[in-house]
Design a protein around this ligand. Sequence first.
Ligand code: NDP
Length: 310
Amino acid sequence: MEKIPCLVIGSGPAGYTAAIYTQRSGIQTVVATGLQPGGQLTTTTIVENFPGFPEGIDANILMENMRQQAVNFGAQVWEKMVAKVNLDETPYHILFDDNSEVTADTIVIATGATAKYLGLADETKYQGMGVSACATCDGFFYRKKTVAVVGGGDTACEEACYLATLAAKVYMIVRKPFLRASQIMQERVKNNPKIEILFETNTLGLYGENGVEGAKLVYRKGETDERTYDLPIDGFFLAIGHKPNSDIFKPWVKTDELGYIITEGKTPKTGVPGVFAAGDVADPHYRQAIIAAASGASAGMEVEKYLSTK
Ligand code: NDP
């Protein structure tokens, strides 16, 4: 069985940055990309807040550049998904979804986080038929149509602004009487004439014959002025947060109640020797590309330190 000095699991900013650091210091590194090569950022459009790009940069180009930089130093990129790990003893054992296996002396967990859904049966029923958790992927299908975005955070605001460039009308369905998003994003949605925010509103279900034709909404549920109504829409976009992809590591690494990996202090150490966590899988707070990249750098440096003392 092949033994890899450093396996990076995940191909977002954390994963590729870790690989740039490890491979640049001469440690043979493999990046297992997972199902979404380039990670979550590839589902967005322009990244405006990654330093070094005063005009912003296309998220896919940014991720392709990071991949290329890791490859230029000699890292291998495998388009594979890790199905199972065994971290009982070194070298650690890894099983991929194609049933191939390797062992690794060190692992950087950079598996990121996945979009959450409300849990309505209709989300499954209409998946790919009007329900999406990625405006950048699917917005194209809603040119000049009416869509709704669920959520009141930065992601929801970004998705709403992006969809407003394509759709005729964008509703934001926000359960609280206010947005949670940063001030600048709040201003952007509030100043966009195509976006209408439906505060204190929850989704009960969706309806439509051959795809989404509308959402059943409830305003001020449980209050005296509670009102249930149908909102005709063509597309229903979820932007209500993410779940960290940490399940397969849970028997060995500590996680918080939401599943985010808890690392030791400000380091990427998981407590399992030679296993480090970087990026959104270990970051319940910031979830920014630049922060993920920085934690990937820390993880890469820790891999180097760990292997040099072995
Ligand atoms: P957030 O957790 O910040 O926001 C989630 C939103 O979804 C909240 O409005 C929340 O409502 C709502 N929500 C959650 N569950 C439900 C539910 N079951 N029904 C209805 N609404 C629900 O997630 P984001 O993905 O927006 O952002 C995560 C982090 O990433 C944040 O720190 C954010 O600042 C950052 N980010 C930064 C960006 C940037 O700077 N360019 C871009 C995107 C994200 P409630 O408020 O009631 O809990």
